[in-house]
Design a protein around this ligand. Sequence first.
Ligand SMILES: C[C@@](CO)(OP(=O)(O)O)[C@H](O)COP(=O)(O)OP(=O)(O)OC[C@H]1O[C@@H](n2ccc(N)nc2=O)[C@H](O)[C@@H]1O
Ligand SMILES: Nc1ncnc2c1ncn2[C@@H]1O[C@H](COP(=O)(O)OP(=O)(O)O)[C@@H](O)[C@H]1O
Length: 284
Amino acid sequence: MITIFAPAKVNLTLHVVGKRDDGYHLLDSLVAFAGIGDTLDMEPAAELSLDVTGPTASLIPTEGENIVLKAARLLAAIAGVKTGASILLTKRLPVAAGIGGGSADAAAALKGLSQLWNVALSEERMRALALSIGADVPVCLAGKPTRMQGVGEVLSDAPALPPAWLVLVNPMVPLHTPAVFKARTGPFSAFDPLTESPADAKALADALGARRNDLTPAAVSIEPVVGEMLAAISAADGCLLARMSGSGATCFGLFATEDAARAAATNLHAARPNWWVAPAPLLG
Ligand SMILES: C[C@@](CO)(OP(=O)(O)O)[C@H](O)COP(=O)(O)OP(=O)(O)OC[C@H]1O[C@@H](n2ccc(N)nc2=O)[C@H](O)[C@@H]1O
Ligand SMILES: Nc1ncnc2c1ncn2[C@@H]1O[C@H](COP(=O)(O)OP(=O)(O)O)[C@@H](O)[C@H]1O
C-alpha cells in the first residue's frame, strides 16, 4: 500500500497583478505548506474506486466527481494504464476553504498512483496534467515553498522558510472563490518576491507584513466573520502576523514556537467552538 500526505496549501502572500482576457486574474503568490492535511492510501485493484472518511468527509459535495478520481482517470488515460486502484481518502481539511484541500488531494493522487502504476511522466507532462485538473494542483505537486504566478502555471522556487508554526482557522461557512474575485476592486498590485531566506519566524513575519493578500477586503465584504477571525488571531499571545489564505475563508496566524501556536489554538477553540482551529508547523 502507498500512503501519501496531502498537506494544506497556504498562500503566505497573494497579490492580484492583472487580469487575462478570459476574465481570470493573474496572481503572484508565495505559497507554502502546513503539517496538517488529508491522507491518501492507495492499493492495486482491478477497478478504480474511492472511499472517503475522516472528520471533514461529509463536507465534500456528493454531486460532481471527486477531484481524486478525476486525477486518477486523467493519469490512467495519458499513461495508458489499464488497471485500477483502491483509494482511501482521509479528509481532515475543510473544503473550499482557500487552503487547497482538493488540489492537495489531486496532487497526492498523481504522486501515489504514478508509483503504484509504475508511470514515469516527465516533469513537464506531469505539471501540464496537474494544471488541467486545477490551477493550484501544480503548486501542490511541488509541495515546497514556491512563488506561483500566472493563474498557477508559472512556478519558481522560493527561498527556504525558517522554523515557524501556524494556527489555521476556518469559520466553517462557505466562501466561494468566484464571488471573492468578482468583489475585488481597486488597482492591481505588484509583488516584490522574497530573495533571501528570512533568518527566523520574526523576520519572516516582517517580510510577509510588507506584502499582502489582495483578496482580503473582498472576502471580508462578503463574509465579515473573516475580519473577526483575523482580529481574534492577531490578539493571540505570540502571534507575529495574521492573514487570510487564498480566497478564504481560512486565515492563519504565524508563531515562532509550537507552544505559542498550541496555546493560541486552545484559546481560540475555547472562545469560538464552532470554528475549525488547527495548529501545525510551517513546512520550510
Ligand atoms: C485563489 C487561489 C490561490 O491559490 O486559491 P483558493 O482560494 O482556491 O484556495 C486559486 O488561484 C484559485 O484557483 P482555482 O482553484 O482555479 O479557482 P476556481 O475555484 O476554479 O475558480 C473559480 C472562479 O474564480 C475566478 N478566478 C479564479 C482564479 C483566478 N486566478 N482568477 C479568477 O478570476 C474565476 O471566475 C473562476 O471561474
Ligand atoms: N477531494 C476533495 N476535497 C475537497 N474538495 C473537493 C474534493 N473533490 C472535489 N472537491 C470540490 O472542489 C472544490 C474546491 O475545494 P478545495 O480545494 O478544498 O478548495 P479551495 O480551492 O478553496 O482551497 C470543493 O468545493 C468541492 O466541490
